[in-house]
Write a protein that binds this ligand. Structure first.
Ligand code: SF4
Length: 381
C-alpha cells in the first residue's frame, strides 16, 4: 500500500450539471484546455485565487484569454526548446528503458518491461495505466511506464496528469521520473528550476498514491528521479530529489481550494469566457467578476499575471508588494492607506502596524533632514 495513509478517496467525476456549466463558461465550441501538473502546482501555490481555479477547472485557455485581454503572457517554451526537450527525453528512454534504469543506479538491468499504455480517451488511458501498475506490481521485476496518464480530482474537477515516466521496482515501489532540459552542472542545477520540478513531481506522486491505495503491495516513493543534461552536453545525468515537503504542501493546498461549483454558483448565469464570441470588453468584465489573489509569484506561474497585476496596481493593492509585506501590513490594504497611516492622517495610533509606520516615517524624515543639513554645510565650505 501507499506510504501515505491520507491519500483520500478516489477522484469523483464532475456531475453532468457541473460539466455543462463549465462548458458554457468556456464556450460550447471550445475544446477544454487540459490541466497539467505544472498548472496544478501553480494552483496549489495560490489556493486563494478563485479566478485561476475557475478558469482552470473550466478548461479555459488562459494564454489565449490573456492575449484577448491585451496582456499576453511572456513565458512558455519555444518550438526549438520543445524539440530539443523531446530529443533529450528519447535519449533518456533509449534501449527499452535500460538507459533510464542505469540512472537509478542499476548497472545491468536485465529485463525491463515497457507495457503499452495506449487507449481511447483520457478515462481509457488512466484505466490502462492503473491496470499496468497493478500488473507490474504483482509480477515483480522492473517496469517502465512511458507517459502514463493519472487522474486527480481538484476542486470538484478531474485533472489528467502525464508524468514523463514511472518506474515500478521489483519490491512494489513506484518512482516518478521527471525529465527536464535545464542543465545539471557539477551535480547541481538551478535551485528555482529544481524547486518547480519538485512541486510538479509532487502532484504526480499525489495522483499515484490514489492508485497505490487500491493496489496490494504497492508504495509510492516520496523521492523522485530528476533527469537533466549533464553539464553542457546532452548526456543524461540524474539526481534523487526528496519531495516530502512539496507533497505535504500540495496536498494541504489542494484541499483548501474552493470547490468550482461554489465559485460558479456565485457568478451571473450568463457569464462567459468564450474567446470566439465575446469581445475584449465582455471578457474583461467576465474575468473581473471572479475574485483573484494576485501576488508577484503569479508572474512566473500564471498566464493572466500581467492583467491581474495591472488591476491590482490600479486599485493600489498592497498585494503587489509581495506576500511578506502584505502580511506585515495587517488591515491596511492599499498603498494609499499605508501612506496616510505613516503621515498620521489615518489609522489607529494604538495599532502596532500604524505605530511602526509612523516611527519609520519619522526616522526617514529625520535622516533626510540630517542629509540636507550636511549637504548645506558642504556647500558653505
Ligand atoms: S495571475 Fe491572476 S488569475 Fe493567475 S493566479 Fe495570479 S491572481 Fe490568480
Amino acid at each position: 500500500m501507499s506510504e501515505s495513509l491520507d491519500s483520500g478517496p478516489p477522484p469523483q467525476a464532475p456531475t453532468t450539471a457541473l460539466r455543462q456549466r463549465l462548458a458554457e463558461l468556456r464556450g460550447p465550441a471550445a475544446q477544454p484546455h487540459p490541466l497539467d501538473a505544472r498548472a496544478l502546482a501553480a494552483l496549489a501555490a495560490n489556493p486563494g485565487c478563485k479566478r485561476r481555479a475557475l478558469l482552470d477547472g473550466a478548461g479555459v485557455d488562459k494564454g489565449a484569454l490573456a492575449s484577448a485581454l491585451g496582456s499576453p503572457a511572456t513565458f512558455g517554451q519555444s518550438q526549438f526548446a520543445f524539440m530539443r526537450g523531446n530529443a533529450f527525453e528519447a535519449r533518456v528512454k533509449a534501449d527499452g528503458g535500460r538507459e533510464l534504469l542505469k540512472l537509478l543506479g542499476l548497472e545491468r538491468p536485465a529485463e525491463v518491461a515497457v507495457p503499452e499504455l495506449a487507449a481511447a480517451g483520457p478515462e481509457g488511458r488512466t484505466a490502462r495505466t492503473s491496470l499496468a501498475l497493478r500488473e507490474a506490481t504483482a509480477t515483480g521485476g522492473w517496469t517502465l511506464l512511458d507517459h502514463p496518464l493519472l487522474v486527480l480530482e481538484v476542486a470538484g474537477s478531474a485533472a489528467y496528469l502525464e508524468p514523463d515516466a514511472v518506474v515500478v521496482h521489483p519490491d512494489g515501489r513506484w518512482t516518478v521520473v521527471e525529465i527536464k532540459s535545464f542543465p545539471m552542472i557539477d551535480g547541481s542545477a538551478d535551485a528555482a528550476k529544481v524547486g518547480a520540478a519538485a512541486r510538479q513531481a509532487a502532484v504526480y506522486v499525489l495522483a499515484l498514491e490514489r492508485v497505490a491505495a487500491l493496489t496490494d503491495g504497492a508504495s509510492v516513493a516520496h523521492s523522485v528521479l530528476l533527469v537533466c543534461p549533464k553539464d553542457f552536453s546532452n548526456l543524461p545525468t540524474a539526481s534523487v530529489v526528496d519531495v516530502r515537503k512539496q507533497l505535504s504542501v500540495t496536498r494541504r493546498q489542494l484541499t483548501r481550494l474552493t470547490r468550482i461549483e461554489d465559485i460558479a454558483a456565485a457568478l451571473p448565469e450568463d457569464l462567459s469566457f468564450d474567446l470566439e464570441t465575446c469581445s475584449a470588453e465582455e471578457l474583461t468584465t467576465a474575468v473581473e467578476s471572479v475574485p483573484h489573489a494576485y501576488a508577484p509569484e503569479c508572474l512566473a506561474a500564471c498566464e493572466l499575471a500581467f492583467h491581474c497585476r495591472d488591476r491590482a496596481r490600479e486599485a493600489g493593492a498592497v498585494e503587489t508588494l509581495g506576500r511578506p509585506v502584505r502580511g506585515e501590513l495587517g488591515g491596511l490594504t492599499t498603498v494609499g492607506d499605508v501612506l496616510a497611516a505613516a503621515r498620521g492622517e489615518a489609522g489607529d495610533p494604538d495599532d502596532p502596524t500604524v505605530a511602526a509606520l509612523r516611527r519609520a516615517a519619522a526616522l526617514r524624515a529625520e535622516s533626510l533632514e540630517a542629509a540636507a543639513h550636511r549637504g548645506a554645510e558642504a556647500l558653505a565650505c
